[in-house]
Design a protein around this ligand. Structure first.
Ligand code: G4P
Length: 507
């Protein structure tokens, strides 16, 4: 229990949303409140919009920025908050899922105009599986969106989570007048384009008080009275345990771009969000307050700086204290490693750190030792579990366009697949290479990065496969019949292991 004060000070979370719901804007407001940035517009969106390739190239140009914002650490109200960034685009969902294994809670942003969107549904499935506590922020209340109760019902129904309104909006779009804070019993008035300040917050303990009619008009005041009565009747008081076990999600309404309703949510987040939680491993549960250090790698990023060709592995500290220059046990490689330049991301600056505590994310310079999911300990052998890996759904053959660059291509493919961007399959008895990904866009990313970072020019040829899986059986000749797959099967090898391929469409 040596580090209990440090542990209790930390809150590690991610903001997730369907692209364009307002994740970047909300992140920026959090950082402004935390004093980590001084001006709006400082956080660059790393989202990928309509013109995938050109947008990705632009993102690559800004890579320093988007990667520096992978983890943002700031102090707020005596707490140390680690905010982990997640890509919004569905083709990068794997990266997001893995990041979700490194957080203790999430804030989910929903666009009040569009309601629950595809990407939100998928993300929530992963969150529900892990029972991660969620706070919902219904954004863009300054736009003509859906009715407040319809939204609540849609979210509850679609995301299969009980909601608990913490604020209730007074209209939306051009008639949006603000929110009533159901717990503080105060009215927060909205004026477009300006930040809510103290004069805009009015304590209203008795909703029958005529001041309410004076401030928002008789009709809206009456509607608010009815809303509050309905909500009190249906939802009751927030049960913290239900929030912490992922059963109930507190909900806030606001407008991130107007910085409205954000502080109310941040204050509640700081008060109720979990401190670093215990983690499951292959042998036992690891509690953050244990004396000995342990952690796992959830993300790897190569070539952050093209001049230095470095690779950074992101390690989430799960227990004990991580110290610079101490030797730690790399469980998979059964090897002891030490790091003389571990860094953290305080105020978007990379900073070499002396130590780190549970909940923190440490950037480790990597010379090829790490793969996603690797566990580091002080000697004990176990692996943290629950780090997802996905079965590829699209397959393409990589054709080398420049034989002079064969070595660079091999290296690039191995390094990029270590990052978890894609899976690489090599033909058994040959050298044909196939890449398997979950999303189309990842191929563009790989092709672009192979050229930019390794000088290897490739062509990607479509293949008709839809699945790669393991088949077991005593006699390989009978695999096709014993597996029940009555289609041609190609045999491939991945490193030293057999892989088989199902050809799509039975052709
Ligand atoms: P994302 O990271 O989830 O993809 O979304 P992001 O924050 O980039 O927001 C998407 C768009 O929605 C942005 O507009 C942003 O300004 C706008 N937005 C965010 N919050 C609100 C809000 O509360 N009300 C309204 N009306 N708009 C909001 P954009 O035109 O795509 O980009 P920009 O040129 O404004 O940066």
């Amino acid at each position: 229990m040596k580090y209990i004060n440090e542990i209790n000070r930390r809150k590690t979370f991610a903001i997730i949303s369907h692209p364009d719901a307002g994740k970047t804007t909300l992140t920026e407001k959090f950082l402004l409140f935390g004093g980590a940035i001084q001006t709006a517009g400082a956080v660059k969106s790393n989202k990928i919009k309509k013109h995938a390739t050109s947008d990705f190239m632009e993102i690559e140009r800004q890579r320093g920025i988007s990667v520096a914002t992978s983890v943002m650490t700031f102090e707020y109200d005596g707490h140390l908050v680690n905010l982990l960034d997640t890509p919004g685009h569905k083709d990068f969902a794997e990266d997001t899922y893995r990041t979700l294994t490194a957080v203790d809670s999430v804030v989910l942003v929903i666009d009040s105009v569009n309601g629950v969107e595809a990407q939100t549904r998928r993300l929530m499935e992963v969150i529900a599986m892990r029972k991660t506590p969620v706070i919902v922020f219904i954004n863009k209340m300054d736009r003509d969106g859906k009715n407040r109760f319809d939204l609540l019902e849609e979210i509850e129904h679609e995301l299969k989570i009980q909601l608990h309104p913490m604020t209730i909006p007074i209209n939306n779009g051009k008639d949006f007048k603000g929110v009533y804070d159901l717990h503080k019993k105060s009215l927060v008035l909205f004026t477009a384009g300006t930040k809510a300040n103290d004069e805009d917050v009015l304590e209203i303990h008795d909703l029958d008080d005529a001041i309410l009619d004076k401030k928002i008009g008789e009709q809206d005041a009456n509607t608010l009275r009815e809303d509050v009565e309905l909500i009190d009747g249906v939802y009751g008081a927030l049960n913290n345990k239900d929030y912490l076990t992922g059963k109930t999600a507190p909900v806030f309404f606001g407008s991130a771009v107007n910085n409205f309703g954000v502080k109310e949510m941040l204050d509640t987040f700081i008060r109720i969000a979990p401190t670093p939680r215990p983690r499951h491993t292959t042998t036992r549960d690891i509690k953050p307050e244990e004396d000995k250090f342990s952690g796992f790698i959830f993300k790897i990023h190569a070539n952050l700086d093209p001049k230095h060709r470095d690779r950074i592995a992101f390690l989430r500290v799960c227990s004990g204290r991580f110290e610079r220059n101490a030797y730690y046990h790399h469980v998979r490689m059964n090897k002891d490693l030490r790091f003389n330049n571990p860094y953290s991301f305080l105020a978007r600056q990379k900073e070499v750190i002396e130590d780190a505590y549970p909940g923190d994310v440490v950037g480790l310079f990597d010379t090829g030792n790490f793969k996603i999911g690797d566990t580091m300990t002080e000697g004990e052998d176990f692996y943290f579990t629950g780090i997802p890996s996905f079965s590829p759904e699209i397959f393409k053959e990589v054709v080398n366009k420049d034989p002079m660059k064969t070595k660079q291509l091999e290296k690039g493919l191995l390094q990029l697949t270590d990052e978890g961007v894609a899976q690489l399959f090599t033909q058994f008895g040959g050298n044909k290479k196939i890449i398997g990904c979950v999303g189309e866009l990842q191929f563009e990313v790989i092709q672009y990065r192979l050229l930019q970072e390794y000088g290897a020019s490739v062509q990607m040829n479509n293949l008709p496969f839809f699945k790669a899986c393991w088949l077991t059986g005593k006699d390989p000749k009978n695999w096709r019949t014993s597996s029940g797959i009555n289609r041609p099967i190609l045999h491939w090898i991945k490193t030293t292991t057999w892989f088989t391929w199902h050809k799509a469409n039975g052709s």
